[in-house]
Design a protein around this ligand. Structure first.
Ligand SMILES: *[C@@H]1O[C@H](CO)[C@@H](O)[C@H](O)[C@H]1NC(C)=O
Ligand SMILES: *[C@@H]1O[C@H](CO)[C@@H](O)[C@H](O)[C@H]1NC(C)=O
Ligand SMILES: *[C@@H]1O[C@H](CO)[C@@H](O)[C@H](O)[C@H]1NC(C)=O
Ligand SMILES: *[C@@H]1O[C@H](CO)[C@@H](O)[C@H](O)[C@H]1NC(C)=O
Length: 434
């Protein structure tokens, strides 16, 4: 259930791909109306794009790729670096509500040749004349395919631009993957929702072909986002100058991004408090291997802590609900939501009766403490109401069931702007209604 890049597949699962020799530019297509005027790159070093929450708890941004531009929705993922989109020529494909990107139909698409300087990265390898990628995310999720170069268009959300034209940034020759074999269960729809996501926008920094590094004259190795809590709401993702803090440094809580630059974004978490008391957690437990500790990951739906940390949090939460509300949790492993710690909504509603703030008012305040900065979780970023299951659940779980490290996931990041200054290895955050 999360997107941390696990390994790169050096042995590719197959050699399927489209034949780049037959890649033909047809003149006919040139006369199709383009949704956007063909304006040059903006002079300023910036780009922005909307961010939307999906029913599954993941977030995507929509942008346009190719000539004529085709809309694609890419999951916004700070836990991995490759950017890829499912190809119309996929041989193993997930269902998506948008048409797949067809590199063969874009006038500006070029396959990445095997002697391209980026074709020797962590997840890229030359194969014949072409450059292939292969990656595996946590949860046995795999994608492999061909790398190529094409034009990306970023547009601002209309909401950001009251009374203004939608702004657009056109970026030529962006290197990205076209996924041929795509086993991505996270991109499955359900009985009520189609999956809207076509691929991943990797915001990691661990390879020169990552979006941040290959376009560092535009990104300036900086980005920021706000994740909206409500499904379907749009907030914004900024790169470059637009991601810079507009207030003097020092006024905004800031914590170092620790660990080597070929790793995900590790933060130095120092503690967790619940209802004003620091929980008895050995800070060493936040460190996965004794060095650094908690990965911030917008591609994980919620936070996961190693078992010993999670059990302290769970015990404290259970005892809070018992002491404060005389409520017992539902039997673990038996919840219909499949979340570990849940309460019956009927019980919660009785406890919350007459209180301001509704059901959420029964939840205690929690604080995630990082080196130099604290994040106050409000009850809406700790608990989720599952009306369909009649459950009220803590959106934090043990990492062990995913065999992963500590992960600071999206649910706990709602309604804050997170500003990543990757060049300076700093993360700042502050509340924002997004
Ligand atoms: C790509 O387009 C060319 C020319 O239109 C066509 O011959 C070829 O079969 C296409 N390739 C694929 C994989 O569809
Ligand atoms: C939570 O904190 C409040 C305010 O300090 C306190 O009055 C209350 O007793 C605490 N609840 C529990 C269960 O510790
Ligand atoms: C839930 O089930 C797993 C395996 O089925 C078990 O290891 C774990 O202890 C159970 N958790 C609880 C809290 O009972
Ligand atoms: C983590 O933060 C603590 C408290 O500020 C500090 O003592 C420690 O040196 C930091 N560790 C790393 C790896 O930066």
């Amino acid at each position: 259930m999360n997107s941390i890049l696990l390994v790169t597949l050096l042995v590719f699962l197959g050699t399927q791909g489209y034949d780049h020799q037959s890649h033909a530019l047809t003149l006919k297509i040139k006369h199709h109306p383009f949704p956007f005027p063909n304006i040059p790159n903006k002079a300023s070093a910036s780009a922005s794009a909307p961010v939307t929450r999906v029913f599954s708890g993941l977030f995507y941004t929509h942008l346009y790729v190719g000539t004529p531009p085709v809309k694609v929705n890419l999951a916004v993922d700070t836990g991995s670096s490759p950017t890829w989109v499912q190809s119309a020529h996929c041989t193993e494909c997930f269902q998506v509500s948008l048409p797949n990107f067809d590199p063969n139909s874009s006038l500006t698409f070029q396959p990445m040749p095997s002697d391209h300087p980026l074709c020797h990265g962590t997840w890229l390898a030359p194969m014949g004349n072409l450059c292939k990628y292969g990656i595996e995310y946590l949860g046995n999720q795999v994608t492999t395919g061909d790398f190529g170069l094409d034009t990306f268009y970023f547009t601002t959300t209309p909401n950001d631009q009251v009374g203004q034209q939608q702004r657009q940034t056109q970026i030529h020759n962006v290197a990205f993957g076209c996924g041929i074999i795509n086993r991505i269960p996270d991109f499955a729809g359900d009985a009520h929702h189609a999956n809207p996501m076509s691929g991943v926008l990797g915001l990691g920094r661990d390879d020169p072909s990552s979006f941040l590094l290959q376009l560092n004259d535009i990104t300036l190795l900086k980005f920021s986002y706000c994740l909206p809590r409500r499904v379907g709401d749009e907030a914004s993702l900024f790169f470059g100058e637009e991601a810079e803090l507009k207030v003097p440094a020092g006024q905004i809580p800031t914590t170092p991004i620790v660990g080597p630059s070929d790793e995900p974004y590790y933060l130095n978490m120092t503690g967790i408090s619940l209802n004003g008391s620091i929980l008895p957690i050995d800070p060493k437990l936040f460190t996965s291997d004794g060095d650094y500790g908690v990965v911030i990951d917008s591609g994980s739906q919620y936070s996961l802590f190693v078992e010993a940390v999670y059990q302290v949090v769970r015990k404290a939460m259970v005892s809070y609900f018992m002491d404060e509300w005389l409520l017992q949790p539902l039997a673990p492993n038996k919840t219909r939501s499949k979340i570990d710690l849940c309460y019956d909504i009927t019980d919660i509603a009785a406890a919350a009766a007459g209180r301001r703030g509704g059901l959420f008012s029964v939840a205690p305040p929690m604080v995630f403490q990082f080196d130099g900065a604290s994040l106050e979780l409000n009850h809406e970023t700790t608990f989720q109401i599952f009306y369909e299951f009649n459950e009220f659940c803590l959106m934090i779980e043990s990492a062990n069931k995913f065999e992963s490290t500590n992960i600071f996931g999206a649910f706990q990041q709602f309604n804050h702007r997170f500003v990543y200054d990757v060049g300076a290895s700093k993360l700042s955050f502050f509340p924002e209604k997004c």
